[in-house]
Write a protein that binds this ligand. Structure first.
Ligand code: SAM
Ligand code: SF4
Ligand code: SF4
Length: 337
């Protein structure tokens, strides 16, 4: 195995974090991600045999760690739908010097937080786009009450998965009226809330620029109610710009991927549930790692393969998006954000 070392891409960005999608299925149908018209009863999800097994994910994770990855994040689809997820968490928690986090819609978190924490999960991010029941239902297109997600957040805190981060996608005409209620709910709670601009991921969500509420506008609305000031970024590759309430009630963040792209600091690789490696959220194709892995390639060969893929990377879609719209792209529910 080659030694632990930073692996820079063509723009000098090291490979530092890996998002691992464990399923392309979800119990929500958020229209900005999995619109029911496209992901209805007739949609063909990945068959089980196509998914990487937990042992395969763990082996690849070890290879990425050798190449410099310091943070794993489990995602989906909805990761809590994958059976026996704590088994995978326990395997991944065994990699030294790496952080292990999970992003979930929270619907099943109340019952899963304790076993996940016991298995070695460190942190969790919960997506919650509204507190108002009707708006939440429209944003999630699911029959899950807001209270179930809030219970999940409480259970995560009680299990020691703190600080719990909350992600809220903001879509003009859908939930921008929830910006202040969400801020009010999580101010001073110990949970940092991060607002995300509605992104043009995939090709099915009917993205329109006029439905993007710019990060600046979100911040101005909050600042007008509770004055805020900027916080220095915590580490290279941090996607959210961080702000703190001047009255000491904690932090909020905004992820301005449309109006303030951050490709220059993008140190993130993405592994799909079937073992394809994507070097950008907006990529059209990924590189198959499952085939070579199942064909018997050694760890050193697989590491060389990943290093070559990352070394050839020059993606910066968000910075040049106007020039490349309209091409085919993977879906968010496939790659997990
Ligand atoms: N199902 C889990 C969840 O919702 O947290 C994990 C996967 S989901 C694809 C990861 C994140 O991507 C969520 O926070 C979700 O809100 C965000 N997301 C999905 N589609 C998006 C879009 N079009 N624009 C911005 N964020 C999006
Ligand atoms: Fe499911 Fe998450 Fe996509 Fe919503 S954002 S449809 S919860 S994968
Ligand atoms: Fe990274 Fe691609 Fe997003 Fe730019 S557009 S920040 S390169 S994932």
């Amino acid at each position: 195995m080659i030694p632990k070392q930073p692996t820079p891409d063509l723009l000098g960005r090291p490979l530092a974090d890996l998002r691992i999608s464990v399923t392309d299925r979800c119990n929500f149908r958020c229209p900005y991600c999995m619109p029911r018209s496209q992901f209805g009863a007739g949609h063909a999800f990945l068959p089980r045999a196509e998914l990487l097994t937990y042992e395969e994910i763990d082996r690849l994770a070890g290879i990425f760690a050798e190449l410099g990855v310091r943070k794993f994040r489990l995602t989906g689809g909805e990761p809590l739908l994958r059976r026996d997820l704590p088994v995978l968490v326990a395997l991944l928690a065994g990699h030294r010097d790496t952080d292990l986090a999970l992003t979930t819609n929270g619907a099943l978190l109340a019952g899963m937080a304790a076993p996940l924490a016991a298995a070695g999960l460190r942190r969790v991010t919960v997506s919650l786009d509204a507190l108002d029941e009707a708006i939440f239902r429209r944003m999630s297109d699911a029959e899950v009450p807001v209270a179930a997600v809030l219970d999940g957040i409480d259970a995560a805190r009680a299990a020691g998965l703190a600080p719990v981060k909350i992600n809220a996608v903001v879509r003009r005409g859908w939930n921008e009226s929830e910006i202040l209620p969400l801020a009010a709910r999580f101010r001073g709670s110990g949970s940092d809330l991060r607002f995300i601009e509605f992104m043009d991921v995939g090709t099915t969500n009917g993205w329109r620029r006029d439905e993007v509420v710019p990060a600046r506008e979100i911040l101005e609305r909050i600042d007008a109610r509770w004055p805020i000031e900027p916080v220095e970024p915590g580490y290279r590759g941090e996607v959210a710009t961080r702000w703190r309430y001047r009255d000491g009630a904690g932090e909020i963040g905004v992820i301005g991927s449309v109006t303030a792209p951050f490709c220059g600091d993008c140190t993130r690789a993405r592994l799909s549930a079937e073992g394809r490696l994507f070097t950008c959220l907006f990529a059209a194709v990924g590189s198959d790692l499952r085939g070579p892995l199942r064909a018997g390639e050694s760890d050193a060969e697989l590491a060389g393969r990943v290093a070559r893929i990352w070394g050839a990377r020059s993606d910066r879609y968000s910075e040049i998006r106007s020039g490349v719209r309209g091409t085919s792209r993977i879906e968010m529910s496939y790659i997990g954000g």
